[in-house]
Design a protein. Sequence first.
Length: 335
Amino acid sequence: MTRVLKVDPLFPDEKVLKEAAELLRNGEVIIFPTETVYGIGADAYNEEACKKIFKLKERPADNPLIVHIHSFKQLEEIAEGYEPHLDFLKKFWPGPLTVIFRKKSEKIPPVVTADLPTVAVRMPAHPVALKLIELFGHPIAAPSANISGRPSATNVKHVIEDFMGKVKLIIDAGDTPFGLESTIVDLTKEKPVLLRPGPVEVERLKELFPELVVPDFVRKGNFKGRPLAPGMKYRHYAPLKPLILVEDLTKMEEVLKKYPDHVVICVEERKELYDDRIVVGSLKNPYSIAQNIFSALREAEKMGKEYIIVEGFEERGILFAVMNRLRKAATEIVR
Ligand code: AMP
Ligand code: MG
């Protein structure tokens, strides 16, 4: 049986978090909010518990998990080579930034890192996530709380679609503030490498790391060939219907005609152009687009239309991260 317990996102009831921590101690998997998306988490030091995450998510074993910590002391337990980057980390943590370091601890079982010698670490800012990790005492390994390949869950309605009856506890703190997964930067290479764009914008990272490498795959769609980062060979964030991403909006009319049975995901500013549409947000507030994009994808697939068409955006700020997700989710990209 799954219990869904509501908490206040800013002042969560500690009783609920203590109960969650107790479940983690017993090797259970639970679902909790972070400032990016909902996470499905287990004790990062418990191999059997972490294996359950892969099973529940149907996640391929070669796609490693992010380890969530609440203090720099916990970072010291699991990572190596972070010392020169402490100033950088302190700027962004707690927050929506994941950093790859060399793995230190034998405490982190190989299943968490998919046998890699490196570990992905994040200190989340969401009061529920941060307090939960603190009360629990160990780091929590947690990927996004969605069945592998599906759009990430940004509210508990989505979580329930994918996991009702499969986990003991879901902590509901409402919508996740950013609605997009964390930015991932690999600091184990000669130069820092952006593995996934997210709420910490590339522009900001480049101010601190002018030498930041932004690999081609970050801008590409479905990847075919040898994966350069774990997980990138799979279709991600995908709705159950074909998704056509129209990057060149001058071609929209053509696309609408080619796929007449459609729903369009669009911005407020262009909504008058379409009969069947879902408004994802406004260009005046690009964060609104990020926050709603996954729920728009989940809503669109339920509209009874054959095709989902989505407007593309200029790759700036948070919209760079939105475009990264849409390209991975798309079955066709119109440029
Ligand atoms: P999710 O939380 O579902 O977005 O998945 C975690 C992401 O972190 C995946 O895209 C992984 O590829 C990435 N990741 C986790 N560990 C590592 C690592 N050691 N090296 C590179 N990427 C990683
Ligand atoms: Mg994910």
